[in-house]
Design a protein around this ligand. Sequence first.
Ligand SMILES: [Zn+2]
Length: 265
Amino acid sequence: MAIVTSEGIVLKTHALGETSRIAVVYTRDHGLVKMVAKGARKTPSRFGYALEPLTRGRYVYYFKPDRDLHLLSQADTLTATGSRIADLERLAHAEAALELIDRLVWGEEPHAELFDLLAAVLEAVTAAPAASLPALTIAFQLQVASLLGYRPRLDACAECGGPLSQRRLFSPARGGLLCDRCVGGEPGTVALSADALAGLSLLLTRPVGEAGEYFEVRRAGEILRVVEAFLKYHFQRFKGLRSLDLLRALPPERTPKSEETPCAT
Ligand SMILES: [Zn+2]
């Protein structure tokens, strides 16, 4: 047993017994770690915001390899992201990022780039214009899939490497665009609009934070549907993001600019 320190982002928490709390933390150095915070429910002030979902903090814990739960010794808040988010729409997009990591990642395999991507998207979601939130979420989904080894192929046929069809045919199952020859008999293939393909390409390649700065995605709804179909095909644990269902359920007057978000349609 070793005592270790790592930066982490809290994905979710739940109660343990009368007085303790379990926090599921995506750490930079040990991947997904479940930590027991003893007494956290009895004296919540001891940890402040450090055990709140969305918080980025520094965690000191007793790490036992091959154990499911690790004892938290100390937790310090670096960024209390949740306390900086006031509106439901923004919160739903922030929670969607946590949910995606929780769904697609498991085990104590560290992935520093993925951690940094999560930290970057949460920063961006707190500050971006509301109209850019869907673009941020889609960029994050695409880039998480890429870091985990599933980068959609957009430069040549995903099946044979040949020149692409002029019809912009995207196959979630083949993981990218196809040529006219390979599309025959490929079920579930979607013909993308030119705007959707341009958006997809931009969101895949530019830094995730920039998706919120300069880019209001046209056809965000179309892109989101294709990306979610792609993720569902390649990651069995992915069933769509429940966090975004909350947005769909809100009455329109509570989601300003709902006509621009794919989630509200
Ligand atoms: Zn082909």
